[in-house]
Design a protein around this ligand. Sequence first.
Ligand SMILES: [Zn+2]
Length: 467
Amino acid sequence: MKTVIKNGTVITAGDTIKADVLIEGEKITLIGKDLPTEGCEVIDAAGKYVIPGGIDAHTHLDMPFGGTTTADDFFTGQRAAAFGGTTCHVDFALQQQGDTMVNGIKMWKAKAEGKAVIDYGFHVAITVPTMESVNEIPKLWDEGVSSLKVFQQYKGAFMVDDTTMYLAMQKAAESGILIMCHCENGDVTDIVTKQRIAEGKIEPKYHLDAHPAAIEAEASARAIALAEVTGANLYIVHMSCEESVEQLRIGRKRGAPVMGETCTQYMFKFEDDMRVPGYEGAKWACGPPVRKPKDAAYLWESLKDTTLLGVATDHCSFNYEGGKDGGKPGKELGKEGFHKIPNGIPGIEDRMYVMYHNGVNSGKISVNRFVDITSTGPAKALGLYPKKGTISVGSDADIVIWDPEKEMTISAKTHHMNVDYNAYEGMKVKGFPVRTILRGKTIVENGEWKQEKGAGQFVARGKAQLL
Ligand SMILES: [Zn+2]
Protein backbone atom coordinates (compact mmCIF):
# COMPACT_ATOMS: atom_id res chain seq x y z
CA MET A 1 0.00 0.00 0.00
CA LYS A 2 1.19 3.49 -0.86
CA THR A 3 0.28 6.75 0.80
CA VAL A 4 1.34 10.30 -0.07
CA ILE A 5 1.16 13.10 2.45
CA LYS A 6 0.69 16.21 0.29
CA ASN A 7 1.09 19.95 0.82
CA GLY A 8 2.38 19.82 4.37
CA THR A 9 5.40 21.36 6.05
CA VAL A 10 7.83 18.63 7.03
CA ILE A 11 9.54 19.47 10.29
CA THR A 12 12.50 17.53 11.62
CA ALA A 13 15.02 18.36 14.32
CA GLY A 14 17.16 20.02 11.66
CA ASP A 15 14.91 21.32 8.90
CA THR A 16 11.61 22.88 7.98
CA ILE A 17 10.69 22.11 4.36
CA LYS A 18 7.63 22.23 2.16
CA ALA A 19 7.55 18.70 0.78
CA ASP A 20 5.43 15.65 0.13
CA VAL A 21 6.16 12.35 1.83
CA LEU A 22 5.66 8.96 0.17
CA ILE A 23 5.01 5.95 2.36
CA GLU A 24 5.25 2.43 0.95
CA GLY A 25 4.19 -0.28 3.36
CA GLU A 26 5.66 0.62 6.75
CA LYS A 27 8.48 2.87 5.53
CA ILE A 28 9.07 6.36 4.23
CA THR A 29 10.49 5.88 0.71
CA LEU A 30 10.58 9.35 -0.83
CA ILE A 31 10.46 12.98 0.23
CA GLY A 32 10.09 15.54 -2.53
CA LYS A 33 8.20 18.28 -4.31
CA ASP A 34 4.88 17.50 -6.02
CA LEU A 35 5.11 13.73 -5.72
CA PRO A 36 2.75 11.83 -8.05
CA THR A 37 -0.36 10.46 -6.37
CA GLU A 38 -1.35 7.71 -8.79
CA GLY A 39 -2.27 4.51 -6.97
CA CYS A 40 -1.81 6.19 -3.62
CA GLU A 41 -4.02 7.09 -0.73
CA VAL A 42 -3.63 10.86 -0.43
CA ILE A 43 -3.48 12.70 2.89
CA ASP A 44 -3.86 16.44 2.45
CA ALA A 45 -1.70 18.18 5.04
CA ALA A 46 -2.17 21.74 3.77
CA GLY A 47 -1.63 24.18 6.62
CA LYS A 48 -0.33 21.37 8.82
CA TYR A 49 3.03 20.19 10.08
CA VAL A 50 4.31 16.72 9.28
CA ILE A 51 6.47 15.63 12.21
CA PRO A 52 7.98 12.38 13.46
CA GLY A 53 5.81 10.52 15.95
CA GLY A 54 6.61 11.29 19.56
CA ILE A 55 8.93 9.01 21.52
CA ASP A 56 8.47 8.81 25.27
CA ALA A 57 11.73 7.59 26.75
CA HIS A 58 10.36 6.92 30.21
CA THR A 59 7.05 5.29 31.15
CA HIS A 60 5.61 2.78 33.61
CA LEU A 61 2.64 0.81 32.33
CA ASP A 62 1.17 -2.12 34.25
CA MET A 63 3.69 -1.55 37.01
CA PRO A 64 3.34 -2.94 40.53
CA PHE A 65 3.89 -0.44 43.35
CA GLY A 66 3.17 -0.77 47.05
CA GLY A 67 0.47 -3.43 46.90
CA THR A 68 -1.29 -2.16 43.77
CA THR A 69 -0.51 -1.69 40.07
CA THR A 70 -0.71 1.34 37.83
CA ALA A 71 -4.13 2.30 36.49
CA ASP A 72 -2.90 2.13 32.88
CA ASP A 73 -1.86 -1.12 31.28
CA PHE A 74 -0.17 -1.46 27.90
CA PHE A 75 -3.44 -1.05 26.03
CA THR A 76 -4.93 1.97 27.78
CA GLY A 77 -1.56 3.69 28.20
CA GLN A 78 -0.43 3.20 24.62
CA ARG A 79 -3.83 4.14 23.20
CA ALA A 80 -3.72 7.39 25.18
CA ALA A 81 -0.18 7.99 23.93
CA ALA A 82 -1.35 7.60 20.33
CA PHE A 83 -4.17 10.13 20.85
CA GLY A 84 -1.49 12.55 22.00
CA GLY A 85 0.82 11.95 19.02
CA THR A 86 3.27 9.51 20.60
CA THR A 87 4.01 6.40 18.51
CA CYS A 88 6.78 4.73 20.51
CA HIS A 89 7.83 4.54 24.14
CA VAL A 90 10.40 2.74 26.24
CA ASP A 91 9.07 1.27 29.46
CA PHE A 92 10.91 -0.05 32.51
CA ALA A 93 11.06 -3.77 33.21
CA LEU A 94 12.08 -4.63 36.76
CA GLN A 95 14.30 -7.47 37.89
CA GLN A 96 12.31 -9.40 40.52
CA GLN A 97 13.96 -10.39 43.82
CA GLY A 98 15.59 -13.81 43.49
CA ASP A 99 15.32 -13.74 39.71
CA THR A 100 17.29 -12.59 36.67
CA MET A 101 17.04 -9.40 34.63
CA VAL A 102 16.35 -11.41 31.48
CA ASN A 103 13.30 -12.92 33.19
CA GLY A 104 12.22 -9.43 34.22
CA ILE A 105 12.31 -8.37 30.56
CA LYS A 106 10.35 -11.47 29.52
CA MET A 107 7.76 -10.71 32.19
CA TRP A 108 7.29 -7.17 30.85
CA LYS A 109 7.17 -8.37 27.25
CA ALA A 110 4.31 -10.66 28.28
CA LYS A 111 2.44 -7.72 29.81
CA ALA A 112 2.52 -5.89 26.44
CA GLU A 113 1.83 -8.92 24.27
CA GLY A 114 -1.61 -8.80 22.66
CA LYS A 115 -2.34 -5.35 24.12
CA ALA A 116 0.15 -3.09 22.36
CA VAL A 117 -1.14 -0.52 19.89
CA ILE A 118 2.04 1.54 19.35
CA ASP A 119 5.67 0.39 19.24
CA TYR A 120 7.70 -0.03 22.38
CA GLY A 121 10.98 -1.10 23.88
CA PHE A 122 12.23 -1.81 27.38
CA HIS A 123 14.90 -0.67 29.76
CA VAL A 124 15.60 -3.09 32.59
CA ALA A 125 16.39 -2.23 36.20
CA ILE A 126 19.03 -4.11 38.18
CA THR A 127 17.62 -4.59 41.68
CA VAL A 128 19.50 -7.66 42.96
CA PRO A 129 23.02 -6.55 43.91
CA THR A 130 25.00 -9.68 43.04
CA MET A 131 27.79 -10.59 40.62
CA GLU A 132 25.29 -12.88 38.86
CA SER A 133 23.24 -9.81 38.01
CA VAL A 134 26.30 -7.85 36.91
CA ASN A 135 27.50 -10.70 34.69
CA GLU A 136 24.10 -10.85 33.05
CA ILE A 137 24.45 -7.35 31.59
CA PRO A 138 25.90 -8.37 28.16
CA LYS A 139 22.97 -10.77 27.71
CA LEU A 140 20.53 -7.86 27.59
CA TRP A 141 21.47 -7.47 23.92
CA ASP A 142 19.85 -10.86 23.20
CA GLU A 143 16.57 -9.44 24.50
CA GLY A 144 16.74 -6.30 22.35
CA VAL A 145 17.44 -4.19 25.43
CA SER A 146 20.34 -1.72 25.31
CA SER A 147 19.87 0.22 28.55
CA LEU A 148 20.19 -0.68 32.21
CA LYS A 149 18.56 1.30 34.99
CA VAL A 150 20.12 1.71 38.40
CA PHE A 151 18.39 3.30 41.37
CA GLN A 152 20.18 5.38 43.98
CA GLN A 153 16.72 5.70 45.58
CA TYR A 154 14.07 3.42 47.19
CA LYS A 155 16.22 1.86 49.89
CA GLY A 156 15.17 -1.66 50.75
CA ALA A 157 13.45 -2.11 47.40
CA PHE A 158 15.26 -1.05 44.19
CA MET A 159 18.26 0.87 45.49
CA VAL A 160 21.74 -0.47 44.82
CA ASP A 161 24.89 0.55 46.68
CA ASP A 162 27.85 2.27 45.03
CA THR A 163 29.78 -1.00 44.78
CA THR A 164 27.04 -2.59 42.69
CA MET A 165 26.62 0.59 40.72
CA TYR A 166 30.32 0.76 39.97
CA LEU A 167 30.50 -2.89 38.89
CA ALA A 168 27.37 -2.56 36.78
CA MET A 169 28.74 0.54 35.07
CA GLN A 170 32.06 -1.16 34.40
CA LYS A 171 30.29 -4.11 32.77
CA ALA A 172 27.94 -1.81 30.87
CA ALA A 173 30.92 0.14 29.51
CA GLU A 174 32.51 -3.12 28.26
CA SER A 175 29.32 -4.31 26.61
CA GLY A 176 28.05 -1.04 25.13
CA ILE A 177 24.98 -0.87 27.34
CA LEU A 178 23.65 2.56 28.37
CA ILE A 179 23.29 3.19 32.10
CA MET A 180 20.20 5.08 33.20
CA CYS A 181 20.08 6.37 36.72
CA HIS A 182 17.47 7.59 39.18
CA CYS A 183 19.64 10.06 41.05
CA GLU A 184 18.59 10.79 44.62
CA ASN A 185 20.38 9.83 47.83
CA GLY A 186 18.17 6.98 49.04
CA ASP A 187 19.75 6.79 52.50
CA VAL A 188 18.73 10.37 53.22
CA THR A 189 15.19 9.88 51.91
CA ASP A 190 14.87 6.76 54.03
CA ILE A 191 15.94 8.36 57.29
CA VAL A 192 13.98 11.60 56.82
CA THR A 193 10.87 9.58 55.97
CA LYS A 194 11.23 7.52 59.14
CA GLN A 195 11.76 10.65 61.24
CA ARG A 196 8.72 12.47 59.85
CA ILE A 197 6.45 9.46 60.25
CA ALA A 198 7.68 8.97 63.85
CA GLU A 199 6.81 12.64 64.49
CA GLY A 200 3.30 12.01 63.20
CA LYS A 201 3.87 14.18 60.14
CA ILE A 202 2.01 12.05 57.64
CA GLU A 203 0.47 14.51 55.14
CA PRO A 204 1.52 14.47 51.47
CA LYS A 205 3.56 17.69 51.83
CA TYR A 206 6.16 15.90 53.98
CA HIS A 207 7.13 13.90 50.91
CA LEU A 208 8.98 17.08 49.90
CA ASP A 209 11.12 17.01 53.08
CA ALA A 210 12.34 13.52 52.19
CA HIS A 211 13.40 14.52 48.67
CA PRO A 212 15.30 17.83 48.85
CA ALA A 213 16.98 19.16 45.72
CA ALA A 214 20.43 18.87 47.33
CA ILE A 215 20.25 15.06 47.47
CA GLU A 216 19.25 14.88 43.81
CA ALA A 217 22.25 17.06 42.96
CA GLU A 218 24.58 15.00 45.16
CA ALA A 219 23.47 11.70 43.66
CA SER A 220 23.72 13.12 40.14
CA ALA A 221 27.29 14.25 40.77
CA ARG A 222 28.12 10.81 42.22
CA ALA A 223 26.66 8.98 39.23
CA ILE A 224 28.52 11.28 36.84
CA ALA A 225 31.79 10.61 38.67
CA LEU A 226 31.23 6.85 38.39
CA ALA A 227 30.49 7.22 34.68
CA GLU A 228 33.76 9.11 34.25
CA VAL A 229 35.86 6.53 36.02
CA THR A 230 34.18 3.48 34.46
CA GLY A 231 33.68 4.99 31.00
CA ALA A 232 30.00 3.99 30.94
CA ASN A 233 27.60 6.21 29.04
CA LEU A 234 25.13 7.62 31.54
CA TYR A 235 21.60 8.92 31.01
CA ILE A 236 20.13 10.59 34.08
CA VAL A 237 16.36 10.19 34.15
CA HIS A 238 13.71 12.68 35.32
CA MET A 239 15.97 15.58 36.31
CA SER A 240 13.73 17.93 38.26
CA CYS A 241 15.71 20.93 39.45
CA GLU A 242 18.37 23.53 38.85
CA GLU A 243 20.73 21.98 41.41
CA SER A 244 20.96 18.61 39.64
CA VAL A 245 20.98 19.96 36.08
CA GLU A 246 23.82 22.25 37.17
CA GLN A 247 25.81 19.09 37.97
CA LEU A 248 24.93 17.71 34.55
CA ARG A 249 26.11 20.93 32.95
CA ILE A 250 29.42 20.85 34.86
CA GLY A 251 29.97 17.16 34.05
CA ARG A 252 29.28 17.65 30.35
CA LYS A 253 31.61 20.63 30.24
CA ARG A 254 34.33 18.41 31.68
CA GLY A 255 33.66 15.83 28.96
CA ALA A 256 31.96 13.25 31.18
CA PRO A 257 29.89 10.75 29.14
CA VAL A 258 26.56 11.93 30.50
CA MET A 259 23.21 13.20 29.26
CA GLY A 260 19.90 13.89 30.94
CA GLU A 261 16.16 14.13 30.48
CA THR A 262 13.48 16.02 32.32
CA CYS A 263 9.74 15.34 32.45
CA THR A 264 6.77 17.48 31.48
CA GLN A 265 5.34 17.75 34.98
CA TYR A 266 8.42 19.48 36.39
CA MET A 267 7.62 22.52 34.28
CA PHE A 268 4.01 22.77 35.48
CA LYS A 269 3.55 21.27 38.94
CA PHE A 270 5.20 22.71 42.00
CA GLU A 271 5.81 22.27 45.72
CA ASP A 272 2.85 24.55 46.46
CA ASP A 273 0.58 22.09 44.65
CA MET A 274 1.63 19.48 47.22
CA ARG A 275 1.12 21.83 50.16
CA VAL A 276 -2.60 22.41 49.60
CA PRO A 277 -4.74 21.55 52.62
CA GLY A 278 -6.27 18.07 52.68
CA TYR A 279 -5.06 15.11 50.71
CA GLU A 280 -5.06 16.56 47.17
CA GLY A 281 -1.25 16.95 47.21
CA ALA A 282 -0.92 13.17 46.89
CA LYS A 283 -1.73 13.52 43.19
CA TRP A 284 1.69 15.08 42.64
CA ALA A 285 3.80 12.72 44.76
CA CYS A 286 6.60 11.39 42.60
CA GLY A 287 10.33 10.96 42.94
CA PRO A 288 12.16 13.27 42.50
CA PRO A 289 9.31 15.50 43.64
CA VAL A 290 7.85 18.53 41.95
CA ARG A 291 9.97 21.63 42.65
CA LYS A 292 9.78 25.42 42.38
CA PRO A 293 8.84 27.70 39.48
CA LYS A 294 12.47 28.87 39.30
CA ASP A 295 13.45 25.26 38.53
CA ALA A 296 10.93 25.12 35.69
CA ALA A 297 12.52 28.19 34.14
CA TYR A 298 15.94 26.56 34.44
CA LEU A 299 14.67 23.33 32.86
CA TRP A 300 13.24 25.20 29.86
CA GLU A 301 16.54 27.01 29.44
CA SER A 302 18.43 23.70 29.65
CA LEU A 303 16.16 22.08 27.07
CA LYS A 304 16.76 25.03 24.79
CA ASP A 305 20.55 25.07 25.14
CA THR A 306 20.76 21.23 24.74
CA THR A 307 22.09 20.54 28.25
CA LEU A 308 18.98 18.35 28.57
CA LEU A 309 18.41 16.07 25.58
CA GLY A 310 14.69 15.59 25.91
CA VAL A 311 11.45 15.49 27.78
CA ALA A 312 9.75 12.26 28.84
CA THR A 313 6.70 11.71 31.05
CA ASP A 314 7.64 9.13 33.68
CA HIS A 315 3.95 8.29 33.16
CA CYS A 316 2.92 6.26 36.19
CA SER A 317 -0.80 6.54 36.80
CA PHE A 318 -2.72 5.80 39.98
CA ASN A 319 -6.30 6.92 40.53
CA TYR A 320 -6.77 9.69 43.06
CA GLU A 321 -9.90 7.96 44.26
CA GLY A 322 -8.73 4.42 43.70
CA GLY A 323 -10.30 1.28 45.07
CA LYS A 324 -13.84 2.44 44.29
CA ASP A 325 -16.35 -0.08 42.92
CA GLY A 326 -13.83 -2.89 43.12
CA GLY A 327 -11.23 -0.86 41.19
CA LYS A 328 -7.51 -0.94 41.84
CA PRO A 329 -6.25 0.91 44.90
CA GLY A 330 -4.57 4.23 44.11
CA LYS A 331 -3.37 7.40 45.81
CA GLU A 332 -5.67 6.89 48.82
CA LEU A 333 -3.24 4.24 50.09
CA GLY A 334 -1.10 7.13 51.33
CA LYS A 335 -3.71 8.50 53.75
CA GLU A 336 -1.97 6.44 56.44
CA GLY A 337 1.29 8.25 55.68
CA PHE A 338 2.99 10.02 52.77
CA HIS A 339 5.49 7.16 52.46
CA LYS A 340 2.65 4.89 51.30
CA ILE A 341 1.40 7.13 48.48
CA PRO A 342 1.87 5.27 45.18
CA ASN A 343 4.40 7.51 43.44
CA GLY A 344 3.75 8.85 40.00
CA ILE A 345 1.94 11.32 37.76
CA PRO A 346 0.06 10.49 34.55
CA GLY A 347 0.97 12.31 31.33
CA ILE A 348 1.72 9.95 28.45
CA GLU A 349 -1.11 11.51 26.43
CA ASP A 350 -0.41 15.18 27.15
CA ARG A 351 3.34 15.58 26.66
CA MET A 352 3.42 16.61 23.00
CA TYR A 353 0.80 19.36 23.00
CA VAL A 354 1.70 20.66 26.45
CA MET A 355 5.33 21.06 25.36
CA TYR A 356 4.37 22.47 21.97
CA HIS A 357 1.94 25.04 23.33
CA ASN A 358 4.08 26.18 26.23
CA GLY A 359 7.37 25.84 24.41
CA VAL A 360 6.83 26.78 20.77
CA ASN A 361 3.87 29.15 21.00
CA SER A 362 5.52 31.08 23.80
CA GLY A 363 8.82 31.31 21.90
CA LYS A 364 10.85 29.35 24.48
CA ILE A 365 11.98 26.77 21.91
CA SER A 366 11.83 26.48 18.12
CA VAL A 367 9.51 24.01 16.46
CA ASN A 368 12.60 22.03 15.36
CA ARG A 369 13.85 21.86 18.93
CA PHE A 370 10.36 20.69 19.94
CA VAL A 371 10.72 17.77 17.50
CA ASP A 372 14.20 17.12 18.83
CA ILE A 373 13.28 16.95 22.53
CA THR A 374 10.11 14.93 22.02
CA SER A 375 11.31 12.48 19.35
CA THR A 376 14.71 12.73 17.66
CA GLY A 377 16.83 13.20 20.78
CA PRO A 378 15.23 10.30 22.69
CA ALA A 379 15.47 8.11 19.55
CA LYS A 380 19.22 8.77 19.27
CA ALA A 381 19.88 8.42 22.99
CA LEU A 382 18.04 5.12 23.19
CA GLY A 383 19.30 3.43 20.02
CA LEU A 384 16.07 3.79 18.02
CA TYR A 385 17.46 6.19 15.42
CA PRO A 386 17.10 6.44 12.40
CA LYS A 387 14.47 3.68 12.36
CA LYS A 388 12.43 6.03 14.51
CA GLY A 389 12.64 9.68 15.53
CA THR A 390 12.85 11.40 12.17
CA ILE A 391 11.30 11.81 8.76
CA SER A 392 13.80 10.43 6.31
CA VAL A 393 13.98 7.85 3.56
CA GLY A 394 14.16 4.37 5.09
CA SER A 395 12.72 5.36 8.44
CA ASP A 396 9.55 3.81 9.85
CA ALA A 397 6.55 5.85 8.74
CA ASP A 398 5.73 6.96 12.29
CA ILE A 399 4.30 10.34 11.49
CA VAL A 400 2.03 12.85 13.15
CA ILE A 401 0.03 15.41 11.22
CA TRP A 402 0.07 18.38 13.54
CA ASP A 403 -2.41 21.22 13.27
CA PRO A 404 -0.71 24.32 14.71
CA GLU A 405 -4.06 26.15 14.84
CA LYS A 406 -6.18 23.53 16.54
CA GLU A 407 -7.16 24.38 20.10
CA MET A 408 -8.07 22.02 22.88
CA THR A 409 -8.74 22.24 26.60
CA ILE A 410 -7.17 19.43 28.58
CA SER A 411 -9.40 17.58 31.01
CA ALA A 412 -9.66 14.23 32.77
CA LYS A 413 -13.26 14.18 31.50
CA THR A 414 -12.09 13.82 27.91
CA HIS A 415 -8.61 12.32 28.11
CA HIS A 416 -7.98 8.68 27.16
CA MET A 417 -5.71 7.69 30.02
CA ASN A 418 -7.34 5.26 32.44
CA VAL A 419 -6.98 7.58 35.41
CA ASP A 420 -9.34 9.96 37.21
CA TYR A 421 -7.30 13.17 37.18
CA ASN A 422 -5.06 15.16 34.84
CA ALA A 423 -1.99 17.18 35.75
CA TYR A 424 -2.86 19.82 33.15
CA GLU A 425 -6.58 20.07 33.92
CA GLY A 426 -8.07 23.18 32.33
CA MET A 427 -4.95 24.09 30.34
CA LYS A 428 -5.92 25.44 26.94
CA VAL A 429 -3.43 24.43 24.28
CA LYS A 430 -3.06 25.52 20.67
CA GLY A 431 -1.37 23.00 18.38
CA PHE A 432 -2.66 19.44 18.34
CA PRO A 433 -2.16 16.11 16.54
CA VAL A 434 -4.97 15.49 14.05
CA ARG A 435 -3.65 12.24 12.65
CA THR A 436 -1.26 9.67 14.14
CA ILE A 437 0.40 7.23 11.76
CA LEU A 438 2.28 4.15 12.97
CA ARG A 439 4.43 2.32 10.40
CA GLY A 440 2.28 3.66 7.56
CA LYS A 441 -1.07 2.95 9.16
CA THR A 442 -3.35 5.69 10.48
CA ILE A 443 -4.17 4.74 14.06
CA VAL A 444 -5.92 7.93 15.19
CA GLU A 445 -7.68 10.40 12.90
CA ASN A 446 -9.45 13.49 14.24
CA GLY A 447 -10.03 11.82 17.57
CA GLU A 448 -11.24 8.58 16.05
CA TRP A 449 -9.53 5.34 17.08
CA LYS A 450 -8.48 3.09 14.18
CA GLN A 451 -5.93 0.68 15.57
CA GLU A 452 -6.27 -3.00 16.36
CA LYS A 453 -5.31 -4.25 19.78
CA GLY A 454 -2.04 -6.17 19.58
CA ALA A 455 -0.74 -4.44 16.42
CA GLY A 456 2.00 -2.53 18.28
CA GLN A 457 5.45 -4.11 18.05
CA PHE A 458 8.38 -4.59 20.36
CA VAL A 459 11.45 -2.83 18.96
CA ALA A 460 14.89 -4.32 19.55
CA ARG A 461 17.10 -1.30 20.13
CA GLY A 462 20.63 -0.61 18.99
CA LYS A 463 23.46 1.16 20.75
CA ALA A 464 22.73 4.51 22.33
CA GLN A 465 24.34 7.65 20.98
CA LEU A 466 25.82 9.99 23.54
CA LEU A 467 24.25 13.36 22.82
ZN1 LIG B 1 10.24 6.35 36.35
